[in-house]
Design a protein around this ligand. Structure first.
Ligand code: PLP
Length: 377
């Protein structure tokens, strides 16, 4: 009998992060994990309370496909404040089930069979599979060197993610202007995943849509998962020209209908009154970032200080060339879970990713275990 599975899906490799986490589960108790990239804080209480209130009031129906209008208005205000760019709440914003769904819609609405999209290597795990599912293919660039961006006749667009997962890199104004010139010269569409834009520690985040002439060729993706510790609410959004939002909404209305109404009410609350709590989390992440850099440098691990997000990407190749073996042994011997860099693309091999979305106690314990482990080499 046929296995009925679509060929593109059959050929997609399983996520290297998930595969590793199956091992973590089987490693049993006492594992310290710096693996999963989500804030360790509870969502702010006033946000959770507004979701409870929505339930109590029976606010449990579908919303408009594009999302609650009042939420879209809040997104417009936030985007204007942070980027200087004005979008129309009526037809230039779509609320999605996290940036994950927004990204899927963005690719499916724009990628034609055979199109090439440039993606960072190393880069977050979702881009390449979603592009392939949309019928496209990818070429890679090094997110630490914008000059590595090479455009061919088939290149339709470029994916940006800054501050980036897994390196924590961001782009300077000079880098961004360089990318903008490439995009303009080659008529590229830009998918800008700025989910960590609110977690840029050393410089103000510059949104790609704020660059001259870029608003019209950019799909800006953002959400509340990371900056407001609301991963489970599944709220993200895209801002883009009307034609693109309308195309994304065509898919969204068939595949999702809308994001959860309860979560959308909570998102309105987060955007109206959540800035202070978000700022507190930012300060804690920054303090942890500095702590991690100090601890890892003292262990002679080669790292680049992350400028944003909540990850450290460390070069472990002087201890062990095979990053998967490094992580498997670390888990087996010291019960510390971190992610092999090769899960983020070929350029990540020889590296590991650790998140500092963990308490100081967990980080301290994790670094004690890591230090004992690397002393074996
Ligand atoms: N984009 C990046 C770069 C991420 O690291 C993640 C989650 O780790 C996402 C998007 C997914 O975010 P969401 O929870 O909004 O779907």
């Amino acid at each position: 009998m046929s296995d009925f599975v679509n060929e593109i899906v059959r050929n997609l490799p399983p996520s290297g992060i998930r595969r590793f986490f199956d091992l973590v589960v089987s490693a049993g108790k006492d594992v310290v994990s710096l693996g999963v990239g989500e804030p360790d804080f509870h969502s702010p209480w006033h946000v959770r309370e507004s979701a409870i209130f929505a339930l109590e009031k029976g606010f449990t129906s579908y919303s408009e496909n594009l999302g609650l209008f009042e939420l879209r208005e809040e997104i417009v205000k936030k985007t204007k404040k942070e980027t200087g760019v004005k979008y129309n709440a009526k037809d230039e914003i779509i609320v999605t089930n996290g940036v994950s769904e927004g990204m899927d819609l963005a690719f499916r609405a724009t990628v034609e069979s055979g199109d090439v999209i440039l993606v960072p290597n190393p880069g977050y795990v979702m881009y390449e599979p979603l592009i392939r599912l949309a019928g496209g293919t990818v070429d890679y660039y090094n997110p630490l060197d914008v000059k590595s961006i090479k455009v061919s006749k088939k290149t339709k667009g470029i994916l940006l993610n800054y501050p980036g997962n897994p390196i924590g890199n961001t782009f300077s104004k000079i880098d961004l202007n360089y990318i903008a010139n490439v995009a303009k010269k080659n008529d590229l569409l830009v998918y800008s995943d700025e989910i960590y834009g609110g977690l840029s520690f050393d410089f103000p985040h510059i949104s790609f849509v704020s660059l001259v002439d870029m608003r019209e060729r950019t799909i800006l993706l953002n959400g509340l998962s990371k900056t407001h510790s609301m991963t489970g609410f599944r709220i993200g959004w895209a801002c883009a020209p009307k034609k693109i939002i309308s195309a994304m909404n065509k898919i969204h209305q068939y595949s999702a209908l809308c994001a959860s109404s309860i979560s959308q009410i909570a998102a309105v609350e987060a955007l109206r009154r959540g800035a202070e709590e978000s700022k507190k989390m930012f300060e804690i992440f920054k303090e942890r970032r500095d702590f991690c850099v100090k601890m890892l440098s003292s262990m002679n691990l080669k790292i680049k200080k992350p400028e944003g997000a909540f990850y450290i990407f460390a070069d472990v190749s002087s201890f062990e060339r095979d990053d998967v073996a490094f992580c498997e042994n670390l888990l087996k011997i010291q019960k510390l879970a971190i992610v092999p860099g090769s899960a983020f693309g070929s350029a990540g091999s020889g590296y590991v990713r650790m998140t500092f979305a963990a308490s100081m106690e967990e980080l301290t314990e994790a670094f004690n275990r890591l230090e004992k482990f690397v002393k074996r080499y």
